[in-house]
Write a protein that binds this ligand. Structure first.
Ligand SMILES: [Zn+2]
Length: 155
């Protein structure tokens, strides 16, 4: 199984890479490297076949993919590097990192365990964002409770 977290620092911006060289450099499966090179958003050096890419373009392409995989998570989900997907955790713990990013922006680490493979999962956030994200489900529960109480009163 190939690693999801590629060490992008190994890629030299000024070098160019073939499929085989990407496989060796990043220790990914040949199929993975081939899929990257087939992707239209990854710029290839013109007039060369089999395709070759510039290090700088490969770096940008992989960075975008990492960012993209992060934004697809729901509020209560983690990215599991083992399953390579969004996963929920039964138990969630929150640790304060003690780092303040501007006013009231306490940095936190949300820790969980993948429901499927039990891998330890981390999600980084600020306390404010976390509080905001918690508000929606809490208010829904509150409304449901109020509705139930009203039904009891009049039922
Ligand atoms: Zn998992």
């Amino acid at each position: 199984m190939s690693k999801r977290k590629h060490n992008l620092r190994l890629i030299k911006a000024k070098d160019s890479y073939s499929t085989k060289e990407i496989v060796e450099l990043l220790a990914v499966h040949a199929k993975t490297a081939q899929n990257w090179l087939r992707d239209e958003t990854l710029a290839k050096i013109e007039g060369i076949y089999p395709p070759v890419v510039r290090g700088i373009d490969l770096k940008e392409f992989l960075t975008k993919r990492i960012l993209k995989s992060k934004v697809t998570l729901a509020n209560d989900e983690f990215y599991c590097p083992h399953c390579k997907g969004a996963r929920k955790s039964r138990i969630i713990t929150i640790e304060s990192n003690g780092i303040i990013l501007g006013k009231d922006h306490q940095k936190i680490t949300i820790k969980g365990k993948c429901e499927i493979c039990m891998t330890q999962l981390n999600r980084f956030d600020t306390q404010d964002n976390y509080n905001l994200r918690q508000q929606e489900p809490i208010s829904q529960d509150k409304h449901a409770l109020e509705a139930r109480q009203q039904l009891n009163l009049f039922g």
